[in-house]
Design a protein around this ligand. Structure first.
Ligand code: HEC
Length: 127
């Protein structure tokens, strides 16, 4: 058995599933997969992942003005460069995908989830 050991180890190594050959796209941040697809994704991935993880982006929500304010803040305090003509499509993307979540009441229930009384107009209760 001791002689077989190297052979067994070689088999274990050889039987590993192949490592994926897909190279990460060097043009975009390594966690760019976290961004939903859409116009502007590549810009956000490229411009917004150089100083911090894109998780900082994806865990935040704001309206267009909020995102603009944040960009100005990073430009003023953290050395973010002028985005120039990239700013508008970046804001479009952020506004579309990371707008504030709806607040207040939940949306109304679907018809088939309503209690029978609400669907038929029948009322329960003492006659
Ligand atoms: C030049 C560096 C740099 C670039 C490029 C950059 N940021 Fe930042 N960003 C920072 C720094 C520094 C912080 C503060 C990190 C911390 O608080 O630890 C930050 C924080 C944030 C935050 C969290 C703010 C909060 O309230 O905690 C968000 C969201 C954000 N950045 C979004 C973006 C977006 C969107 C882009 C692309 C347009 C971007 N960042 C590009 C430097 C940068």
């Amino acid at each position: 058995m001791p002689r077989l050991y190297p052979l067994l180890m070689a088999l274990v190594v050889l039987l590993q599933p192949p490592v994926s050959m897909a190279e990460p796209d060097p043009k975009v941040g390594s966690d760019a997969h976290a961004l939903p697809p859409g116009e502007g994704k590549v810009l956000v991935a490229a411009q917004c992942s150089l100083c911090h993880s894109l998780a900082l982006v994806t865990q935040n929500r704001a309206d267009r003005e909020g995102w603009r304010t944040l960009i100005r803040w990073m430009q003023k305090k953290h050395g973010l460069w002028e985005l120039g003509e990239l700013e508008a499509p970046i804001l479009d993307y952020l506004e579309n995908h990371y707008a504030p979540l709806g607040s207040g009441r939940r949306p109304p229930l679907a018809e088939h989830l309503l209690p029978v009384s609400a669907r038929t107009g029948l009322e329960y209760g003492p006659p």
